[in-house]
Design a protein around this ligand. Sequence first.
Ligand code: ZN
Length: 130
Amino acid sequence: MSVKKTESQWRAQLSPLQFAVLRQSATEPSGLSRLQDGSNGVYHCVGCDNPLYKADQKFNSGCGWPSFYEEIPGSIRLLEDNSHGMQRTEMRCSRCDGHLGHVFKGEGFGGDKDERHCVNGIVLQFKPLE
Ligand SMILES: [Zn+2]
């Protein structure tokens, strides 16, 4: 299942910054998104409602963006990103192809895969579980 919309449909649905991140691969300002800790729930893509991350996969890396150890299986796809003179791994939503952030490996933060998913919090919508 994939979600495809025109640029004007995306602009009508998303805030200007959400559009810039999801559809134009921008990065939100450091420190913008302070996601709440300790709650039981799931973070969904604001573009298409795809469930991306469980709250218990979130950790505080101190990098200025929300960080997660790993995604809900199948929710994202990875692309090589050589922009800005860096070699990085870009994450996109598997359903709407929206840009989410980047994956960094081997930094020692923990988690089963030793990954840090550095996500633009503005494109996440939290839904609490009872
Ligand atoms: Zn999406």
